[in-house]
Design a protein around this ligand. Structure first.
Ligand SMILES: Cc1cc2nc3c(=O)[nH]c(=O)nc-3n(C[C@H](O)[C@H](O)[C@H](O)COP(=O)(O)O)c2cc1C
Length: 212
């Protein structure tokens, strides 16, 4: 199953365009596999609340590491209400072979809509081994190796560290379309060609990755 998430606040967006291309290509290659889609910007998941933290604390205290047993930590009406939000999100993650995330860089990091989803579905010592993550991203600037802004990339670095460090997933691919601001900012007009090249390379890389 392919779980496809988008997080851009824009409807016409580079990260959405790239994730859509990936999903279409992947689904053509895997016609029998399932597909689930969530637009985290249009239909945001709520932030976690106190009842969520109670469930999480109980999972930790009881040393529950099997995702299928998390439900045992849900006891009060407030916790049941919190679990009703988590459960469908978590079921999609567990069912997925590939988790595809179309996300912009916002303020050197990820949109809060994506962070809210991650907070909802993440529990202590939770393994997602055997799955892969694909992230199609767009940024206003350039953050590649050797660029002055490379150390400010808390988008790829955060997600990559989290997927490996917390979920134990090594199979993580990032494809970035960079310098999107060159289309808008007259001061960056000289970088428009570089942006076009980055976008074309990203489209090519997405098509290749989705067919792998
Ligand atoms: C709220 C906001 C914050 C942004 N922060 C950054 C940033 O820190 N660095 C950057 O390079 N671009 C930044 N941008 C530019 C976006 O990354 C760029 O517009 C990108 O194309 C957005 O992805 P999308 O086309 O999928 O919507 C920001 C844009 C917005 C709307």
């Amino acid at each position: 199953m392919l779980l496809h998430l988008d997080a851009s606040a824009r409807r016409t967006s580079f990260s959405r365009r790239l994730s859509r291309l990936y999903a279409e290509t992947w689904r053509t290659a895997h016609p029998q596999a399932g597909y689930a889609y969530r637009d985290l910007a249009a239909n945001p998941v709520p932030h976690i609340g106190e009842a969520w933290t109670e469930i999480c604390d109980h999972i930790l205290e009881r040393e529950i590491t099997d995702i299928a047993r998390y439900r045992e930590a849900v006891r009060t009406p407030a916790q049941r209400a919190a679990w009703a939000i988590v459960e469908p999100l978590l079921q999609e993650v567990v069912a997925a072979e590939v988790i595809l995330i179309g996300t912009p860089m916002y303020n050197y990091s990820i949109p809060s809509s994506l962070k809210a989803w991650l907070d909802q579905i993440t529990f202590p010592k939770m393994s997602l081994r055997g799955r892969s993550f694909v992230v199609t991203s767009a940024r206003g600037g350039a953050y590649g190796p050797g660029t002055p802004r490379e150390p400010y990339d808390h988008q790829e670095r955060y997600l990559r560290d989290f997927f490996k460090g917390h979920f134990g997933v090594d199979d993580v691919t990032f494809i970035h379309a960079e310098l999107a601001n060159a289309r808008l900012d007259p001061a960056l007009a000289h970088l428009r060609e570089q942006h076009e090249r980055s976008l074309s390379a990203a489209v090519e890389a997405v098509a290749k990755e989705a067919a792998r």
